[in-house]
Design a protein around this ligand. Sequence first.
Ligand code: HEM
Length: 443
Amino acid sequence: MTVALELDDIQRGALQARPSPYVGTYLLLRIDDRDAGRRLVERLVPHVASAASPLDSRDGASLSVAFTYQGLRALGLPPDVLESFAPEFIQGMAARAGYLGDTGASGPEHWEKPLGTGEAHVALAVLAPDEERLDDLRQRARRAHEQLPGVDVLWRQDCYQLPNERTSFGFKDGIGQPAVEGSGVPPSNPHEAPIKAGEFVLGYPDETGFPPPMPSPEILGRNGTYMVFRKLQTRVAEYRQYLRAKAKTREEEVLLGAKIVGRWPSGAPLALAADEDDPELGADAARNNAFTYADDLRGFKCPAGAHARRANPRDALDHEGMVDVRLHRMIRRGTSYGPMLPAGVLEDDGAERGIVFVFIGTHIDRQFEFVKTQWLNDGIFIGAPDERDPLTGPNHGWEAFTIPRRPIRRRLQELPPFVITRGGEYCFAPGLRALRWLGGMEA
Ligand code: HEM
């Protein structure tokens, strides 16, 4: 039976796709005074859209609000309420860094301040289809925290999505998303039945048949979700130089890049276009995610170690009957930051660029952390224990990536890290009623 979701109580940013293209700003605020913090929430609430309102309402601009564990403490929630949150959320991302593979240059000691310091309390995402509308909403958000002694903006990160939806390595991103039962958002992959709403919104049964543990009181937890954001620097020049060194021709460079990602730059999946890019397929939302790996278990089309196939092996693990891929799905809302490195440039221009990766789901541990640690950072599940994700894994310069091929496989050796973690936070994005409760407006 399909569950009826209380869409008017769920933040729109959690369930609905964003406008495309768009511009945006992420802000991190610190609350030093509990009453000022509550007034901040009270002032923000009217600007937060619900998942029931269509994308073009409010000019397509949207504000999302989330809190770190330290933020909920700063708002003065009592210990029994604070302890009702998921343990990994309570610990925070920096405390999980070793487990997540955030070591060396990606370690919290090198993170951009205040990420991982416990000082970031409130995370705001302000997004709009263009600068003008963004500015309008940004000003409304500013009025909410201006003249509130005891609330400070600590960090600001501007971001954007290009019209062609490509990110800094040159690939269209954000295609593979789960359909959420009861959300009204149509599925993009007819081979994957919609995932139970409880995997993405608290208060509803998840894929196990039971509702996941929910923070209490119910008014606080219900219709909320966890949100993970990570600022990930992409080393685009190093990536291009690596491909140039490994390929004999420009065509081969593009092919190796596609094998690493699992899709061509246009977004066309290797599973449906094994030999060359198919921009029409990449642009066709009805077809570009409609595939499985059942006829390619050995990875001749899309290597088992490719980024997108690791992150969602679809039916490729079904035959082992051990892994239920549906327990490890996630909603992603990534955005680009920094200037793109112009096409064809191989030298580093010194500018920082990358992705603000955003995860949404009710289980930080078995969704985000599982995928990151077991599938991206490890290769045991595909029989290649020494291999990590060639695109985003914590490689050190000695790992390899296997590309199955007849008559003999190809091995890309000495993979350097192409992605560096600049920091991140585990957050909780409450429902709208919960926001009003946190702002002291609802009993
Ligand atoms: C800078 C870092 C990253 C880059 C550049 C990147 C890029 C991409 C690209 C180009 C795709 C294919 C297009 C698509 O299906 O949307 C993709 C898919 C995906 N990525 Fe990433 N990604 C990054 C980090 C991550 C991380 C940290 C995770 C999870 C922990 C992740 C999870 C996924 C998932 C779940 C998919 C969809 C797979 C599917 O459903 O087929 N990615 N990524």
